[in-house]
Design a protein around this ligand. Structure first.
Ligand SMILES: [Fe+2]
Length: 454
């Protein structure tokens, strides 16, 4: 067998005692034959794995063998538990005589721990729009955990503005096409490096399925088949704890780090209907956790711009697809967080923004109840934005940057810091990284100060 580890390795879903280890065997990543995804034979292939305390694998703490099944495109999701909290581990796979690259992962902190958690937030990485240099820099930071807030792939193709060739025709709509789209993205060494550097906790936005889709789409059997195919391919390429079932995939979940931070990861697409962004069950789950959570920082991890963003000019001035189309639901979430407030991380808009969350966005004098930080995206091209006009029309919005990049943060018992990291260009390789600015907030003073400007 030729090298089957062309798509790299990954880990994710860290708990205090365990993680998920992932790989997918593919000797030929974007193989044309749907009956042989990844160029693999249509039979189970045993994959052995090892987890060690050290990079040289001299102290193995767990090992085993998983079956890579053709029904799941020869992906494996190994659930490892019984590990120490807040600890680094290293892992690798073997299939036949081929050894995978090694990955580094880390368990979450013990519930009583007060150690600061170091995290990154990435989003929006259209392959043909540029190079994943920002992800290479993210990997070098080796955070405790990486959150991805969606548009990991784009189902469509934009050949007219291509910096690099996607190499496949048209929009993905079948399981085979979605699989090959993920495989194509994962041929990028910087994306593989970012997965190998830290455990990921991803959520999705719309482009993992179809631009601006909501819930059941048009309700047709054809759309539900397409969505089920997209969700299956998503699962097959991410280190998730749960499998798709009956055409759905449970994505909303909490990932906790000690007594310091609860990351409440949301699904803003699957459960949408005509009126609700999250759907009743998810909203109830979220507001209950916001009310009960005793930790220092309650952090929403989700794709869409959360604060009001009025765009001056011809209507529509508010974006219906985002939280501005769901104002009552937004108010209920802010109310559930109460006086201890919340922090929101989002993406989707392909520019970096930061601002205060207001008890009433229409009243600049109302209480500040937290902050939102919007990751600009790894490569996806931004829309033309008159940022000065938007900032002037929305006094709670306080920062804009139009470069590609990601967020790098630390949440501790005394403060939460969020750095906007950016590359000056993504249309050619090897851009250096810079910190554009950094915001710092304290638990009982929810106005975040702009700490630096370079
Ligand atoms: Fe996007």
């Amino acid at each position: 067998m030729a090298n089957p580890f062309t798509l790299g390795v990954a880990s994710g879903e860290p708990l205090p005692d365990g993680v998920i280890l992932w790989t997918r065997l593919a000797t030929s990543p974007t193989h044309a034959d749907p009956a042989r995804p990844g160029g693999m034979p249509p039979r189970a292939v045993p994959v052995s794995w090892q987890l060690a305390e050290d990079e040289r694998f001299s102290t193995i703490v767990r090992e085993g063998t998983a079956q890579a099944l053709p029904a799941w495109a020869h992906s494996v999701h190994v659930r490892v538990d019984g590990l120490r909290p807040g600890a680094d581990y290293y892992y690798r796979f073997r299939a036949g005589s081929e050894l995978s690259p090694a990955g580094r992962t880390r368990t979450a902190d013990d519930p009583a721990a007060t150690r600061p958690v170091r995290f990154a937030v990435a989003s929006c990485q259209r392959y043909e729009h540029g190079y994943y240099t920002a992800l290479r820099h993210l990997a070098a930071e080796r955070p405790d955990v990486v959150f991805h807030v969606g548009d990991y792939i784009y189902e469509s193709r934009q050949a007219d503005v291509a910096v690099r060739r996607l190499g496949s025709a048209g929009a993905a709509a079948t399981l085979h096409a979605y699989r090959n789209r993920y495989a194509r993205y994962k041929t990028d060494p910087d994306l593989r490096a970012a997965h190998a550097a830290a455990p990921w906790v991803p959520t999705w936005d719309d482009h993992e399925v179809l631009n601006n889709y909501r819930g059941d789409g048009d309700g047709s059997a054809a759309f539900l088949r397409r969505r089920a195919a997209a969700y299956q391919a998503y699962y097959e390429h991410q280190p998730l704890r749960v499998r798709p079932r009956d055409g759905g995939l449970r994505m909303y979940r909490r990932r906790s780090y000690g007594s310091v931070a609860d990351f409440l990861v949301l699904d803003a697409r699957q459960h949408r209907d005509g009126t609700a962004m999250l759907g009743a069950a998810q909203e109830q789950w979220l507001t209950a956790r916001l009310r009960e959570s005793p930790v220092t920082w309650r952090i929403l991890v989700q794709p869409l711009f959360f604060s009001r963003r009025f765009v001056p000019g011809p209507p529509p001035n508010l974006r219906a697809d985002s939280w501005d189309g769901h104002q009552a639901e937004r108010d209920r979430i802010v109310a559930a967080a109460g006086p201890s407030g919340l922090v929101v991380f989002s993406g989707d808009v392909h520019n970096a923004w930061a601002g205060d969350l207001k008890a009433d966005f229409l009243d600049p004098g109302s209480a500040t109840v937290g902050a939102e930080f919007v990751a600009s995206g790894i490569t996806s091209r931004p829309p033309v934005t008159d940022s000065e006009a938007v900032l002037a029309a929305n006094p709670h919005l306080r920062f804009f940057d139009g470069r590609r990049g990601y967020l790098s943060g630390t949440a501790g018992p005394a403060e939460l810091r969020v750095a906007f990291r950016a590359v000056d260009f993504a249309d050619r390789p090897d851009a250096p990284i810079r910190t554009v600015t950094e915001f710092v907030g304290e638990p009982n003073r929810l106005t975040f100060e702009n700490a630096s400007s370079k």
